[in-house]
Ligand binder design. Structure first.
Ligand code: NAD
Length: 259
């Protein structure tokens, strides 16, 4: 590892050891080393189409079967993927810092599988089914259901309560973020002393603004990305490299400093 990168990792580790409140935002890049393609990177197409074309309310309205085929495919691919050392490092960090909040744009569930517990899923989770049935405003919506890789993954699900077609429990292009999750992410970002931003091109708003709010309230911003990321001018540290290497190196440096 280059000396400058190693020095920066040590400095970030020292800073994290002193911190009481840390927030980490992750994007698709954190799962790239698990074999989950990023949307904008190589391998991000599905049957020659961009995911934006199928992951939208308009696409679902026009052809729900087509959209579900995309999600059946995604679920089957994700069922074969395992967390990588970056996911495990973040799960360890949660146990090393008094208040650690993980905000993810990922829908793949790999942070949970790796052992992270305090997770804010801004874009939902691909293993959730949500009822699309209409409900009177004085009635609560039908509850979500959660499927696993062991369930049937190629039949359009219907709501066990009202029988309406279900949809994947993810936030599609053009949809609002879930308000409770977004509010919790904003609070964690405004409150943290260190903000880690790993594996996201930070172009999808409003999630992309979260790091900026952290910077506005004085948090140190640490970016982890193999490519020069868009936030780099606002970041205090740019740790250039794959998160599956950089995050474990940070955790190791923290552990070595306390030994
Ligand atoms: P993105 O595809 O726009 O950007 C991915 C970023 O990861 C890029 O900046 C890239 O340089 C970086 N990257 C690539 N390999 C990396 C590595 N090994 N380590 C660290 N960084 C790496 O992804 P995005 O900004 O997260 O936005 C796309 C949206 O699509 C997300 O909001 C998400 O909801 C969805 N998505 C999710 C998944 C998933 O759940 N794993 C996968 C694809 C897309």
């Amino acid at each position: 590892m280059a000396t400058e990168l190693a020095n920066n990792i040590r400095q970030v580790a020292d800073m994290l050891k002193e911190a009481e409140r840390v927030c980490c935002m992750t994007g698709a890049g954190v799962s790239a080393e698990s074999g989950v393609a990023t949307f904008r990177g190589h391998g991000g197409l599905w049957e020659g189409r961009r995911p934006e074309e199928v992951a939208s309310p308009e696409a679902f309205h026009a052809d729900p079967e087509d959209v579900w085929r995309f999600y059946f495919w995604r679920r089957k691919k994700l069922a074969e993927c395992k967390p990588n050392p970056g996911h495990y490092a973040l799960a360890r960090l949660e146990g090393m810092i008094p208040s650690f909040t993980l905000v993810t744009q990922n829908v793949d569930d790999l942070h949970r599988v790796a052992g992270s517990e305090r997770i804010i899923e801004l874009h939902g989770n691909v293993w959730i089914n949500r009822c699309t049935g209409g409900h009177p405003s004085d009635e609560p919506p039908c509850p979500d259901t959660r499927v696993t890789p062991d369930d049937v993954l190629d039949e359009i699900p219907h709501c066990p309560k009202c029988g309406a077609m279900m949809r994947p429990g993810v936030v599609w292009f053009g949809e609002m973020l879930p308000s409770d999750e977004f509010a919790a992410a904003v609070t964690a970002a405004r409150d943290c002393q260190v903000m880690l931003v790993a594996g996201t091109s930070a172009v999808v708003h409003p999630a992309a603004s979260i790091a900026t709010w952290a910077a506005d309230t004085g948090a140190a911003i640490v970016e982890i990305n193999p490519e020069a990321p868009p936030l780099s001018s606002a970041a205090d540290y740019c740790l250039t490299g794959p998160s599956g290497e950089i995050l474990p190196a940070i955790v190791e440096a923290m552990s070595a400093a306390s030994a």
